[in-house]
Design a protein around this ligand. Sequence first.
Ligand SMILES: [Zn+2]
Length: 560
Amino acid sequence: MRNTVKRWSMTAVAAAVFAGVWLPASASDVTVLTAARIHTMDTAQPRVRAMAYDDAGRILALGDAAELRSRYPQATHLDAGDATVIPGLIDAHGHVAGLGLSQMRAQLADTASKDDIVQRLREFARELPPGAWLLGRGWDQNDWPEQRFPTAADLDAAFPDRPVWLERVDGHAGWANSAAMEVVERDLSGDWQPDGGRIERDARGQPTGVFIDSAAALIDSAMPAMDADTAELALELGMRSAVEHGLTGVHDAGVTLPQLRGYQALADRDEMPLRIYALAAGDGDALEWICDNGLYAHDGGRLQMRSVKLYVDGALGSRGAAMIQDYHDDAGNRGLLLTEPAALDAIVARAKGCGVQVATHAIGDRGNQVVLDAYAKAWPEESADHRWRIEHAQVLAPQDLPRLAELNVIASMQPTHATSDMPWAEERVGPERIVGAYAWRQLRDSGARLALGSDFPVESVDPRLGLFAAATRTDAEGMPAGGWLPQEKLTAYEALRGFTLDAAYAGFAEDEVGSLEVGKRADFVLLAQDPLAIPEQQLRDLTVLATYVDGDEVYRAPRD
Ligand SMILES: [Zn+2]
């Protein structure tokens, strides 16, 4: 991935030494990047025209183009022309394997008929080993002439032996063929139904092939566990997609030990195109692994695991988020806690004892309150630099909102969740509680640190959409006009900070990345437009020209 154009004549190097010019250790490997503007995110020197970095990817100097060229006369010159350079973007909450896996499933959205589906599946299956499960997602019977649920029989002719399992567009139903249903141990016929789900059946009680909500788990659990190669491929595909969107770092929110091993194998082979800050999956043995082995960092500088991801509640859309009062649109329902306060206290105490950072998923105002209470108990000392985080921090009670800043708790939030949820969020929580929901501005103004992300693949991995959502609070069409709860908008600069320096801080990495400063890593993105000068409505149309990590080009947009 190194730029092979970096060649210079010995004469030039010798001449420079002879002339008494100071040369860094690997003088001949200096690169001077020039661009129309370089936004450093360093308040001491916010905007420069040139940046020099060494072969190891360390920034040596920032400043004026002519000055840096004369200071490093033998350097390779990288002229970015009219481009704007920004620090590499960091997604503070994504799921890399999930993103990769979603690319390994057949995409079935926008089909005209069931035949269309079978056609796409046939093409997709050509790439698969014989007998492997064929997975897909995105079907919607409303797109087809008959507008009825499909059946296993629709797939059986084309796939008599290979199990096929296809998720509906909303993720709340799955469609299986007979080969997939045969693998399920439990007899699916009869008149029984699982809690929280439904098996579609014909008049004789035979399953038709569609499994709704929790019933889908019957098929899911019959799938063979992923082998190591497939798991590694998923990580590779996910990381590849991230760098194509200008990301140079991802906080992977819930990494199991097998996944960590996959990352380690890739890091050992120098095949990590970006930095992964792994939050260990708290429901497995990863926390104990860190406690036994110590905080983990790979030598290559691209993989770390020193944090644990916990869950306190569910999601707002399905009313699983824990609320202090009833849901506005469902009297008597307050959602539920997935982790009771006492259990949470115990696990965070264990994490603290091992020096592990805690990052807890909390959506409802009760969920957030329980987490803040647990963190407050764990850290009675006031100015501790623990950097514990709340993932999502979606609905906060008015009295809890200032507590994040008071307790030094980082709000790890996803701007696109707000714009995805805005059509129905107020219905769920009502007009009073919505004021403390998706409240980036209030949190930021209260002094809390905002680390921004996307929660991909739940939302798109594309950080331009996050910047756009944070600064406009509208959908792609600009609705609602002026933005939803517009008082919570961030400026483009503040949003960019959330995706750079403050995301870096949330991963204990602000001395290495997040801004372009001398001594830091040359992680940066070339954009065709200046995100701080264009109207906020255009942030979603920024063009990522190239992505660099440690001074190495890890992505370049194809020329058209
Ligand atoms: Zn997530």
